[in-house]
Design a protein around this ligand. Structure first.
Ligand code: MN
Ligand code: MN
Length: 473
């Protein structure tokens, strides 16, 4: 006590005034003790394990269901009444999962929503993907989400997804993840012959129609029939999955980087992986739900799909699936859905771009987020003068900021790059349309949307702490 006073007395008038009035940068930065860092490292071991089995949305749903069931969650039954403390999950078409912890007041005072997406940019197979050219067998692809096409050439790719055969049987595919598996690749032109390619703008150097994936090169046999390499691939696929060529028409097959999550840096402070955006917010959301004590208001972590292509479709956030589930809970409580939504609060759990010293000019340093700066609140996204975004209110920003401060969560604010540098969006605006208070909150990412994105372990853990605090708010 006395020691502290003496120290205070020594400070100059300017130092004291600065301490009182000026923001610390990044705002809210705390000095993290070793214990917190150790907890973050431990938490991220769980995250890396989650990532290994969750590269595409169906897999993320399966992994989440398993974690939820291990923590006592049971599948929601429509019409059944639930009591405070009950833990339930709902699944939509294998691509969305919601984990709900019923609160002491149920839905009467609104619900708390943490919503993250589990789809990530990738190469999808076209409906007629398989062809042969110059004695090589290839798959035609149509990229999914915002990618820089050149990043997807000359890296090992794995094939994930589901094929529904004509007999109605669904076959799940996952090739390229185990060490003994083969993988696939999109070839790139050698630099020696790339003079013309190298003179093109980055967006034109690799065309969408040249993202064709090499899948084989040996002919079935040497008789005169053409397309023997393709035939050999069809034969292998028939033997392995019982599928014929036309079964590709009823399939969802995605090529994703065949990388496993890895620690990055001598200090192991960072994690490199495919699909941090947005599994890095999904996992902390899942863990906040499964570790929850009975909250005051019902808490729901919801993992959505199709965010990277505009949240359309019946598994995207523009679908009524989550709202219908909340409406069911509201009806059971004898409350109108619209009244529940009006009192609800949401954290749109999504990533933002971390300041990158290699590309400093893309950022505005005072309003960028930084690796190891903690969880980011992104007040608004959009582009061209805040167009196309849900801009969180001063009041809601105030509530969330106070919540983070009160719970000792390391946090920062972040804007997506400098004004007119580009733009992006999240699911926040679709939730806001239902008269819900919502703001984006998540993890800063380096190389976002690249096949190998980078996050800091401390930020992942702080995002978990933020969701855990939100649950109790
Ligand atoms: Mn995202
Ligand atoms: Mn994204």
């Amino acid at each position: 006590m006395s020691e502290k006073n003496e120290q205070t007395e020594k400070k100059s008038e300017a130092a004291l005034l600065k301490e009182k009035l000026a923001a610390k940068k990044p705002s809210g930065k705390l000095e993290l003790d070793k214990e917190v860092i150790a907890k973050a490292d431990e938490f991220c071991e769980g995250y890396k394990a989650f990532m290994k089995t969750s590269k595409v949305e169906r897999e993320a749903v399966r992994t989440t269901k398993k974690i939820a069931e291990e923590h006592g969650f049971v599948e929601y039954e429509q019409g059944k009444s639930y009591n405070p403390g009950d833990k339930i999950y709902v699944i939509n078409r294998g691509k969305n999962i919601g984990l709900a912890v019923i609160g002491k007041n149920g839905t009467k005072n609104g619900v708390k929503l943490v919503i993250a997406h589990i789809d990530s940019p990738r190469l999808d197979l076209k409906p007629n993907p398989l062809y042969e050219a110059n004695d090589l067998a290839l798959f035609k692809t149509h990229y999914y989400g915002g990618i820089k096409k050149y990043q997807w050439t000359a890296i090992p790719l794995a094939l994930h997804g589901r094929i529904v055969r004509l007999d109605g049987e669904a076959v799940d595919v996952c090739v390229g993840e185990d060490e003994g598996d083969p993988c696939f690749v999109v070839s790139d032109l050698l630099p020696h012959l790339a003079r013309e390619q190298a003179s093109k703008p980055l967006s034109k150097a690799i065309e969408g129609e040249s993202l064709n994936v090499l899948i084989g090169s040996r002919p079935f046999n040497n008789d005169k029939e053409s397309e023997q390499v393709k035939l050999n691939i069809l034969n292998i696929l028939f033997e392995k999955y019982g599928i014929i060529e036309s079964d590709f028409l009823s399939a969802e097959l995605d090529l994703v980087p065949a990388f496993a999550p890895r620690d990055i840096g001598f200090d192991r402070s960072l994690i490199g992986a495919y699909g941090h955006d947005d599994k890095v917010c999904a996992y902390p959301g899942v863990m906040a739900a499964v570790n929850a004590d009975t909250p005051e208001s019902t808490f729901i972590t919801f993992l959505c799909d199709k965010e990277e292509i505009g949240s359309d479709g019946n598994t995207g956030m523009q679908s009524t699936f989550l709202n219908s589930f909340i409406e069911d809970l509201a009806e059971a409580d004898g409350v109108a859905f619209r009244h529940v939504m009006a009192k609800s609060k949401c954290l749109s759990a999504d990533v933002n771009a971390a300041f990158d010293p290699n590309y400093a000019s893309a950022f505005e340093a005072n309003n960028a987020s930084y690796l190891n700066g903690g969880v980011i609140i992104t007040k608004y996204t959009g582009a061209g003068g805040k167009y196309d975004t849900s801009d969180a209110s001063a009041e809601y920003m105030g509530i969330i900021r106070k919540m983070l401060e009160d719970n000792g969560v390391l946090w920062q604010t972040g804007e997506l790059g400098k004004v007119d540098g580009g733009g992006g969006g999240t699911i926040a605006k679709y939730v806001a349309n239902y008269n819900v208070d919502v703001v984006d909150l998540g993890v800063p990412v380096l190389s976002m949307h690249a096949p190998f994105e980078v996050v800091a372990k401390v930020d992942v853990y702080m995002t978990y702490l933020a969701f855990a605090a939100f649950l109790k708010l």
